[in-house]
Design a protein around this ligand. Structure first.
Ligand SMILES: Nc1ncnc2c1ncn2[C@@H]1O[C@H](COP(=O)(O)OP(=O)(O)OP(=O)(O)O)[C@@H](O)[C@H]1O
Ligand SMILES: [Mg+2]
Length: 325
């Protein structure tokens, strides 16, 4: 259940967009602190990567980093995984077992998908966070460990609290240092750096010598919406790197990104497979902004919109002008 630090970790530091710079700035603060961290973000935005990075930049880095997903197992299994159990605590408990909290002593425990945690366990976790002690399942002795907790979720925990599915007190206890990872579609100017780092990584892995990505392909990658975020981008690059025979990745190696981003002017007829209209609209707005160097009036003209209409869309899609580099 422990996690290896991904090779591409260094690319985390390449984020150029204003939003990612703010995240990195915050990570520096977080690394030096001992407080609980709550990482939120859509699937594939790098929550686990961020958790490992925090661990690596903390004084705990020479101690274990242990990751547990709260969604994968039954409530009882997670409880005994986390807290351990005494012999005879339940039918299968023939031996006493130390929990992951004990294994991680001195280090960090990453509680992934915390939003899925069952209420009784939430109570036990809260007690642990407040008192730093817990009892093994079926145990009577308080065990004390020195563990930092980092939690992550792709749900909106405030919503879960409102619906009564997540304890409010635990939410506040976890949310001491909140980190929100922005979706990739809101920071297209991070895409080239990520793509290049993945190309480097797959060059090494596949023993290829791809030098770069064509301008056309990169434009498409930057305007595609990436619902699966960095994970999807990485998979797309991996696939392209498998397909490529020359030394450059071109648009044809990225079929995903080309469905929404290309042939827009000709494809006036609805394709038999249908389209994602929101995605198409977003892609066109991004392209217009890029082509006009983020002059909103000119971009609006390219789309036949007025300024209010383009502003509305910039807000709707949470688009941001890339930071000057
Ligand atoms: N900043 C980054 N630089 C390089 N690679 C990254 C970065 N962030 C994420 N990745 C890669 O993207 C993939 C997804 O990252 P990760 O597993 O951390 O996301 P997640 O938010 O935990 O996703 P999920 O919600 O699906 O669990 C991994 O392959 C990871 O290596
Ligand atoms: Mg994850």
């Amino acid at each position: 259940m422990t996690t290896q630090i991904p090779v591409t970790m260094e690319s985390l530091v390449v984020g150029r967009s204003a939003r990612m710079k703010a995240v990195f700035e915050f990570l520096r603060v977080v690394g030096n602190s001992e407080s609980t961290v709550l990482i939120t973000g859509e699937s594939g935005t790098g929550k686990e990567v961020t958790a490992t990075l925090i661990h690596q930049s903390s004084r705990r880095k020479h101690h274990p980093f242990v990751a547990v997903s709260c969604a994968l197992f039954s409530e009882t299994l997670i409880e005994s995984e986390l807290f351990g159990h005494e012999r005879g605590a339940f039918t299968d408990a023939r031996q006493q077992k130390r929990g992951l909290l004990e294994t991680a002593d001195g280090g960090t425990v990453f509680l992934d998908e915390i939003g899925e945690m069952a209420p009784p366990l939430q109570a036990k976790l809260l007690r642990f966070l407040e008192e730093k002690t817990f009892k093994r399942v079926g145990g009577v002795v308080d065990i004390r460990v020195d563990v930092r907790v980092i939690a992550a979720t792709n749900r909106t925990l405030e919503e879960e609290v409102k619906r009564g599915r997540f304890r409010e007190d635990l939410y506040y206890r976890l949310n001491v240092l909140p980190i929100q990872l922005p979706p990739l579609r809101t920071r297209p100017d991070d895409i080239p750096a990520l793509v290049h780092s993945f190309v480097d990584a797959y060059n090494r892995e596949f023993r290829k010598r791809v030098g770069g990505v064509s301008g056309d392909a990169m434009r498409r990658l930057k305007t595609y919406g990436w619902p699966g975020n960095i994970r999807e981008l990485r998979n797309a690059v991996e696939r392209a790197m498998l397909l490529v025979e020359g030394d450059e990745l071109t648009a044809e190696h990225f079929p995903v990104a080309s469905t929404a981003g290309s042939r827009l002017t000709e494809a006036v007829d609805l394709p038999a497979t249908g389209i994602d209209l929101e995605e198409l609209e977003r892609s066109l707005v991004v392209q217009a902004l890029e082509r006009s160097a983020w002059n909103q009036t000119r971009a609006a003209t390219l789309l036949g919109l007025n300024r209010d209409q383009i502003r509305y869309r910039i807000e709707k899609f949470k688009l941001e002008k890339p930071a000057a580099t």
